[in-house]
Write a protein that binds this ligand. Structure first.
Ligand SMILES: Nc1ncnc2c1ncn2[C@@H]1O[C@H](COP(=O)(O)OP(=O)(O)OP(=O)(O)O)[C@@H](O)[C@H]1O
Ligand SMILES: [Mg+2]
Length: 467
């Protein structure tokens, strides 16, 4: 399938401007339509699908501001660049307030015009992508708000589907912040027990002395301070699921008791005599390496085997970077109310930076970053400035390996370094653009000729980057 070229509409009663600008934009690879007066333009806008409209501010029949309002009423998302005559900056500001994307002051240089159009086209493409993702979001939240489109997560969902309906014990493994708790809920709410309680207990948050009574309950007078009978989490979860979070942090003494309960499927409250049948589906999670803990005698082997019936590994975010745009959109939606300011989305460079970052704290780290960015945002589009500095740096610094021939004369050495860096840079952009040279030119902000020349200079095979 050939990719649709970007469509631009030029609306201006000045024929010379129309002709010159059309030629300029066509040379740059855009498909251009023109209209000489607002009525004709509105007709074309309704029929066509323009990425960007370049419109004059002063026209006969309708002024540019009225024209803009007409467009925005019909198509609120339409990107419009207003072209103003010299000295009408005030009106240009008014146009921006009414939703124009940008403005140009005549006479303007070709470069300025091309840059502004290109920026608007990028914004258009970005908005399109977001719309697509939003639609996808609606269909992918089947699993209790777990958002994902990556192959690795599809594998996870397959496992969830296989196991959810059964009563099998599930062990969810994954680094911190990968969504273990979310997954545990998804398993419960996709099981036949979904109308029964989902009870969770964070084993690392409860002091050892209280953990047992939290899990199994106690009778009045079972120990000093036990002045009332108390139901444990196991009992609470009867008929439903019990989520033992951070299971790797359970002390050995409690491990022994837990094992017994799992073997007998019965609990006895501390200080009690009678046993209670505990029909409970168990889901456990940990970010620790339980096998290693078994080897180090920190975790009982028999308990490990009881829990490790059906392990599900949640991949770290850095191994499913393609989930980031969707997750970012979802998390923005989730925390939008943190600010009163309307926030529309992220600039393409922010998404790019996010996809080049090593997310040690996984989705939780991404979520925190987005919350901070929402609070800091100075405009409707979250931009790079709102990212933490470390991330901006990690993104902007391309690693350059120095050639080993350090004994070359300075000039030659620098040439070689530059050459290597350029080749790496090109390869990376080609990879990102899947070999689409128009996109490469756009990302590099140079013309296609330069791209061809550079590719040839470095003997890069573009085919290798096409999918
Ligand atoms: N795939 C996802 N889609 C949407 N939100 C997610 C996803 N994965 C994680 N989150 C969100 O990220 C945050 C962290 O997720 P969660 O608490 O489930 O992780 P965890 O693996 O249990 O972390 P920890 O090991 O630190 O307890 C939560 O706010 C959760 O809603
Ligand atoms: Mg957790």
């Amino acid at each position: 399938m050939t990719k649709r070229t970007s469509q631009i509409l030029i609306v201006d009663d000045d024929k010379a401007f129309r002709v010159a600008t059309s030629a300029l934009l066509q040379d740059a690879g855009y498909t251009v339509s023109t209209a000489s007066e607002p009525k004709e333009a509105l007709q074309k806008i309704v029929e066509g699908n323009f990425d960007v409209i370049l419109s004059d501010l002063v026209m006969e029949g309708m002024n540019g501001i009225e024209f803009l309002q007409h467009i925005k009423n019909k198509l609120p998302q339409q990107l419009v660049i207003m072209v103003t005559g010299f000295g009408s900056v005030k009106t240009a500001v008014e146009a921006m307030r009414l939703g124009a994307y940008d403005y140009l002051t005549k006479p303007c240089s070709n470069d300025e015009l091309l840059i502004k159009v290109q920026r608007a086209v990028e914004q258009f493409q970005h908005n399109q992508e977001l719309r697509r993702l939003k639609e996808l979001l609606c269909t992918s939240t089947l699993y209790s708000g777990i958002v994902s489109q990556s192959e690795k997560m599809k594998e996870v969902f397959k496992l969830v589907q296989q196991v959810a309906e059964t009563d099998v014990t599930v062990l969810v493994l994954g680094e911190t912040g990968t969504g273990k708790e979310l997954l545990a809920r998804a398993i419960h709410y996709n099981s036949i027990r979904r109308d029964m309680p989902f009870v969770e207990i964070n084993c690392s948050a409860i002091p050892e002395s209280l953990l047992e009574s939290e899990l199994f309950g106690h009778e009045k007078g079972a120990f000093t301070g036990a002045n009332k009978q108390r139901i444990g989490k196991f009992e609470e979860a009867i008929g439903g699921s019990l989520f033992l979070d951070e299971i790797g942090d359970i002390p050995l003494t409690v491990q022994t008791k837990l094992l017994r309960v799992l073997q007998q499927k019965q609990v006895t409250r501390l200080g009690g005599n009678s046993t209670i049948d505990a029909d409970v589906r168990l889901i456990a999670a940990t970010n620790r390496n339980l096998e290693e803990m078994v080897t180090n005698n920190q975790f009982r082997e028999d308990l490990f085997y009881r829990l490790n019936v059906f392990p599900i590994n949640l991949p770290p975010l850095r191994e499913r970077l393609e989930d980031i745009p969707l997750l970012a959109e979802h998390l923005l939606e989730k925390h939008r109310s943190l600010t009163r300011q309307p926030i529309e989305g992220f600039s393409p460079s922010v998404i790019h930076a996010m996809m080049n970052y090593d997310w040690k704290g996984n989705v939780r780290e991404l979520e925190n970053l987005i919350k901070r960015a929402i609070i800091k945002a100075g405009s409707p589009t979250i931009s790079q400035i709102e990212l933490p500095r470390t991330m901006q740096e990690q993104h902007s610094m391309e690693k350059v390996d120095l050639p080993s021939t350090t004994l070359l004369p300075y000039r030659q050495y620098m040439e070689q370094v530059q050459n290597d860096a350029e080749k790496k840079y090109l390869s990376r952009i080609l990879k990102e653009s899947k070999g689409n040279l128009n996109q490469v030119a756009r990302l590099m902000d140079v013309d296609r000729k330069t791209v061809y020349r550079k590719i040839e200079e470095h003997g890069i095979e573009v085919e290798k980057f096409k999918e």
